[in-house]
Design a binder for this molecule. Structure first.
Ligand SMILES: Cc1cc2nc3c(=O)[nH]c(=O)nc-3n(C[C@H](O)[C@H](O)[C@H](O)COP(=O)(O)OP(=O)(O)OC[C@H]3O[C@@H](n4cnc5c(N)ncnc54)[C@H](O)[C@@H]3O)c2cc1C
Length: 261
């Protein structure tokens, strides 16, 4: 990426004003993905100094600032203690520490990447996102909407504590993108089963969630079968749709066994 004009605002309001004054300006989060592209950017607005690099315990849940890095999610005690460490587990093996020191929560959600581990994990704990202009909304609503590149994602809110949760993924080599990723969470008789890198983005399986919430003998295996039957899978260089379907059966069953144990 090249950019002739580069701004480093000191607050979200200042960043927002810069975006309003420069239509087409590009926000820089960690910059890791932007850096890989050959994109020519006329104006860049870097969020490094706007004060969004926080993790807070709030009302029993958590708030993750948009500039919180994967390394922060991996090491912060509050995040490690939340939902059996689901968020930490989802990011702790992505590439290496240097990369995880720069990749951010906001850049990941705004990028809406199908392979994203963090999106899969956040969908399993009913995450909500807050945007500077558009306000707060459930994560699925944000992901489904067309991105507004003039708005700033300020934080992710995890409103509920008390989840029991488990993470599973499979990569072909240590640093590769996942062939499939899975997050399962249960709380107060409700269940969430999310499967991502299908290769499409993380998606809940209502049928698998019903099997898990119903409990009973063999609920974990039935949840695996239900997710494999319900969700759509596709082919790419990492695996075929049929391979992913079988993997889904196995990984959902393993994660469900862990949360039910
Ligand atoms: C080599 C490499 C390997 C990777 N491997 C994996 C992997 O195996 N698994 C995985 O899950 N992820 C992986 N990732 C993705 C990575 O984890 C991040 O999701 C990605 O780098 C985006 O985060 P960022 O902070 O770098 O975003 P940036 O590159 O800064 O931004 C991404 C997009 O979001 C916008 N943006 C950034 N912050 C905000 C904000 N606060 N508000 C509004 N818009 C914003 C930017 O304008 C841009 O369009 C990999 C990335 C790289 C570069």
């Amino acid at each position: 990426m090249t950019s002739p004009q580069y701004f480093k605002p000191r607050s979200v309001d200042e960043a927002s004003a810069l975006l309003a004054d420069h239509p087409g300006a590009v926000i820089i989060g960690g910059g890791a993905y932007l850096r890989l592209s050959s994109r020519k950017v006329a104006v860049a607005v870097d969020l490094f100094d706007v004060g969004l690099d926080f993790i807070r315990v709030a009302d029993g849940g958590l708030e993750l600032g948009a500039m919180a890095t994967f390394r922060m999610l991996e090491t912060d005690p509050a995040v490690r203690g939340y939902a059996d460490g689901l968020l930490s587990r989802s990011v702790e093996r992505i590439v290496g520490v240097q990369m995880r020191n720069i990749t951010t929560v906001g850049g990941t959600l705004f990028g809406r990447y199908g392979f994203s581990n963090l999106i899969t994990a956040l969908l399993a704990v009913d995450a909500e996102v807050e945007l500077h202009k558009a306000g707060r909304m459930p994560l699925p609503e944000f992901l489904a909407a067309k991105p507004d590149h003039a708005d700033i994602l300020t934080k992710v809110v995890l409103p509920n504590a008390g989840w029991r949760a488990a993470w599973q993924d499979l990569t072909r080599t240590v640093n590769d993108y996942a062939v499939l990723n899975v997050a399962v969470a249960v709380r107060d008789g409700e269940a969430r089963v999310v499967v991502g890198a299908r290769p499409g983005r993380g998606m809940r399986s209502g049928a698998a969630e019903a099997e898990l919430a119903g409990g009973g003998a063999d609920a974990a295996r039935k949840a695996g079968d239900a997710a494999a039957a319900e969700l759509e899978f596709g082919d790419d260089v990492r695996g075929s749709a049929e391979y992913r379907r079988e993997l889904c059966r196995t990984l959902v069953t393993r994660a469900a066994q862990e949360v039910l144990a």
